[in-house]
Design a protein around this ligand. Sequence first.
Ligand code: PXP
Length: 239
Amino acid sequence: MARLAVNVDHVATIREARGIDQPDPVLAAGIAELAGAEGIICHLREDRRHIHDRDLRLLRQTVKTRLNMEMAAVEEMIEIARELQPDLITLVPERRQELTTEGGLDVLADPDRYRKVVERVREKGIRVSFFVDPEPSQIEAACSAGGDIVEIHTGHYAEARSDKEAEERFGRIARAVESASGMDLGVSAGHGLDYINIKRFRSLARIEEYSIGHSIVSRAVLVGMERAVREMIDLVRDF
Ligand code: PXP
């Protein structure tokens, strides 16, 4: 039975469209938890385009399940994480021009840098997840950098343009999950998952948690946050 963690960035994106104070991602997180979500995720980006420092601070005070702070491995974010102490951080690549996180983190490019980040946040009791493409070499690098969890990037699978392509890309994810579990890492998955493309994951019982934002918030606009979260939980709880 897999867990659902809800990313509330897109609630903040709607708020930012008006530059006012609603809808509030902190309230959305509370409703998601009441509906059964077992984690709340937000990405504090360097440009603060959706989640603000105030949101993260209040989420730290109110989230009752697990708060996962997505962040770039930069000094400013490391300091904020050490101060606010989310339960978990997820290290992601970040480019200012991108609409959303576009690819997995290249841990192999600078393993020493990531090892130091892990050491600095672990001093505060924070666990570390690495968001990586479904590449065994990146998973190994995340493991040797001291990561507790790897989050497998499912975005390329979600963007497949044919069933054949989706099947191929899903195969890469399945192999990545196998290699991660062989390394004694926690395994989660996310990016671009929705109420339809998630069904294929039923066969991957080793994935412990799904990290989902956009499709849930999109559905919530039409049917309400509680129902949107419950409907996703109904899908992943069978996995
Ligand atoms: N996981 C990571 C690392 C992400 O950056 C995002 C997007 O913020 C998600 C999961 C959720 O992706 P989506 O909003 O497409 O469900």
